[in-house]
Ligand binder design. Structure first.
Ligand code: ASP
Length: 341
């Protein structure tokens, strides 16, 4: 009898926790960068290529969640698809520095434990997001940079490539055009370096990639990967690998991945600010993300946008530039992919 009673109790507990797991809906949101993304500048073929890749990234991440995988693994899977595509400014498609090299930044954060990992200024790691993940999981640190990060990635058995792997003719030509324009402008103005008011600055596309996911257990994760900004100076690091600026995840508030003018995003502490508005001011994810992207960043002239999601799968994707490659998939719904305003 006693055995029967405990057996019954056990099955209730199992059924109960299963029901709880079942009721937690999974969701994934990704971005492929913000900037001058306008319908009139895009051929049908280009538009389709971006749509297909974003769909592929969504599917790769969602598959992980469907199988009961973690949000960290889903974010990684989605970002890997975009890092391996030349379409985005991350991994294979990373933009060029002034010195015609590619220096990449990436970070990832677990919303359950607040564990985080990041790499900055890496030049030969095929998938910087995997290096960020390795820093989180296999080191005592949060961020590793340059040669040290590369050595660590190699020791971790990650794929190391010749830097020429990242050399994309289109992106190199883009850099040379910008340098040329800048030279003429500087000849006129006699100033050094680019100013944020320069038209060349606004020609730029911020093709950074990022993802935020919530898994069956209700755990959030966020990740971001980028080649930074075209024509950046040697050693420049943007917001993408900075926890709290370009990336943040915390179950109690939200997961965020940003894309835009990193210098301003760092000064505005964009990702954490959104989480803080939710926590301390009880704003919804939509309200908090809008406040930071459409008010604070606009005031600071910080062009770009974010994707953000809370643990219930509520998604916000505000941007203050012409467009932002973005998409999401929620349980029981068709994926949605968008680019323009
Ligand atoms: N935020 C990135 C950076 O400043 C650029 C981007 O989003 O494309 O490095």
């Amino acid at each position: 009898m006693i055995k029967f009673f405990f057996g019954l109790l056990f099955s209730f507990v199992i059924a109960g926790s299963y029901a709880q797991e079942k009721s937690q809906k999974i969701a994934l949101v990704v971005h492929g960068g913000a900037g001058m993304i306008k319908k009139e500048n895009m051929s049908d073929k280009q538009e389709k290529a971006y749509q297909d890749k974003i769909n592929e990234a969504l599917k790769a991440g969602y598959r992980v969640l469907e199988r009961g995988g973690s949000s960290i693994d889903a974010v990684t899977a989605a970002i890997l698809v975009m890092e391996n595509s030349p379409l985005f400014n991350a991994g294979k498609g990373a933009v060029f520095t002034y010195a015609e090299t590619n220096e990449m930044d990436a970070s990832i954060m677990d919303g359950e434990t607040l564990a985080a990992g990041a790499v900055a200024g890496v030049t030969n790691i095929k998938n910087p997001i995997l290096a960020a993940l390795a820093v989180k999981d296999h080191s005592a640190h949060v961020m590793m940079a340059g040669k040290g990060a590369e050595k660590f990635a190699q020791e971790q058995g990650l794929e190391i490539v010749d830097p020429s792997y990242f050399k994309d003719e289109n992106k190199l030509n883009q850099l040379r055009r910008i340098k040329e324009k800048e030279k003429t402008e500087l000849d006129h103005s006699g100033q050094q370096g680019y100013r944020e008011t320069d038209p060349v600055f606004h020609d730029r596309k911020f093709g950074t990639v990022g993802a935020v996911a919530v898994d069956r257990k209700g755990n959030l994760a966020a990740g971001t990967s980028t080649g930074g900004m075209t024509n950046k100076k040697y050693g420049r690091v943007g917001d993408a690998p900075i926890i709290g600026a370009g990336t943040y995840a915390e179950n109690a508030s939200c997961g965020v991945s940003a894309t835009g003018h990193g210098e301003i995003f760092m000064r505005a502490v964009v990702a954490y600010d959104i989480a803080a508005l939710m926590k301390y001011k009880n704003l919804s994810v939509q309200e908090a993300a809008e406040e930071v992207v459409m008010k604070k960043l606009v005031q600071l002239k910080g062009e770009g946008g974010v994707i953000a999601m809370d643990k219930y799968g509520n998604i916000a994707m505000p941007f203050n530039s012409a467009g932002m490659y973005r998409g999401y998939i929620k349980e029981g719904e068709q994926p949605v992919v968008l680019m323009y305003k």
